[in-house]
Design a protein around this ligand. Sequence first.
Ligand code: ARG
Length: 586
Amino acid sequence: MASVTSLTASVHQRLADALSAALPEAGAADPLLRRSDRADFQANGILALAKKAKANPRELAAQVVERITHGELLADVEVSGPGFLNVTVTDKAITETLAARAADGDRLGVPLNPHAGTTVIDYAQPNVAKEMHVGHLRSAVIGDALRHMLDFTGEKTIGRHHIGDWGTQFGMLIQYLIENPGELAPADEVDGEQAMSNLNRIYKASRAVFDTDEDFKERARKRVVALQSGDKETLELWQRFVDESKVYFYSVFEKLDMEVRDDEIVGESAYNDMMPETARLLEESGVAVRSEGALVVFFDEIRGKDDQPVPLIVQKADGGFGYAASDLSAIRDRVLGLNASTLLYVVDVRQSLHFKMVFEAARRMGWLNDDVTAHNMGYGTVLGADGKPFKTREGETVRLQDLLDEAVQRAAEVVREKARDLTEEEIQERAFQVGIGAVKYADLSTSANRDYKFDLDQMVSLNGDTSVYLQYAYARIKSILRKAGDSARPAAHPELELAPAERALGLHLDAFGDTVAEAAAEYAPHKLAAYLYQLASLYTSFYDKCPVLKADTPAQVENRLFLCDITARTLHQGMALLGIRTPERL
Ligand code: ARG
């Protein structure tokens, strides 16, 4: 594996060297380099430095230009405006850098982060005996993408699916099952659909008895106590609910084309044994205090109605532990047991107050500190095409399977329309990759904290910022490569001059690694999505302006095929990081 320094980084280095030679007192000053339309790059950093040194910016800029080593990298550096630098790199540098990337397999020359650590990422956390909804979809899709992206930068990631598998509702469910033993088919005899429909039926039936029959209610309450005290029969029945739910979860994750590992499904209940100790540590250190019998943590800055402080409840007055105790224990486990340097939570923004309090309590305990940090990627709400929270016409939450099935069906229509020589089986396979990709991309291409509209018409559209557009771009490139007879990888020809559209494409291709690094560091998959969309657009203008197979000379044909090849590989890798497939033919 050979990592490649990006052109941006190389140019940055040259400018920084010249800057510190021209203005030694500036130290390691940042030339503030960015891509520009007027040249390849523009550096804006000299203005502020000149101001600080009380120098004339244009003069300082001229001195910097004098000290820049051009070598084979730089074609031209000129002063513009009040003291900007416009930088143009050589065609040769572009092609050679891309050639080095092409020689580095799937990594495309992208270096690993030298400061990588261990991130425990909490995502895809549905609740036992409950249907998954669009909110769970977001957590799964965003979490999965972030995980691929972090892995690619060299971070070690550990998944934690903090499923809701504990709570008083299990008293009712288990008691009902004891009294109606035939109702839950064994988990290994049902598929996901049947599992969920069993659970739904039991949920509704037990709720109905619970709400009308006082004696049953009392038996259900006693059942909660039995569950909490670890009664064997009760626990076994609880486990059956968990197992049945997992059959359902797995079927949805499979539909989502997402890998979920059983050893990473570690739900709320997994921390039960730790909770008394968590409470004791919090109380002994004074971080938590007793208030009306409950054990709570107060925060000066967090206040609710009438300016009353809102406490985090670690233990209720009746001795029971809840959501907060489980999350605080999970932090101890992830930091001390799993040696995490970062805890990442992909959870609905509506839980952000909970996490704010949990993180602050953990900081006071020293479980979180400067070296171990926690972040909640609070994501926004999924809206219907009408801009209101996504519901069925009857006002119920939309079943996730139905939604995914519909996306695949709509994708099938798009694929069928375009398909020339595909069999029905091939159409279905591609419809799956296109439909699920569309759902994921729509989610990932908007910044996570914003709400977004679930609009299938828009999602499967061939025009605009959609995964289908990207998948078609990829498939088109692959078809050109096939036509060229791509048995061997086309070679680059650094001796050739590049057309403007080739340079624009080349410079963008070179920025892949920098983009992934930034998007991963900021937990911002939408930046990677935007990069890929622009890549496909730049490829389209390249293809419009520069004939590939009919180029003037055999060397130019090959160099353009080389650009096609590395574009395809970058698209493929980038989409894979988002969890989206790129079919070879569409
Ligand atoms: N199961 C919860 C829900 O559906 C999300 C869990 C989030 N993770 C956590 N560590 N609390 O709302």
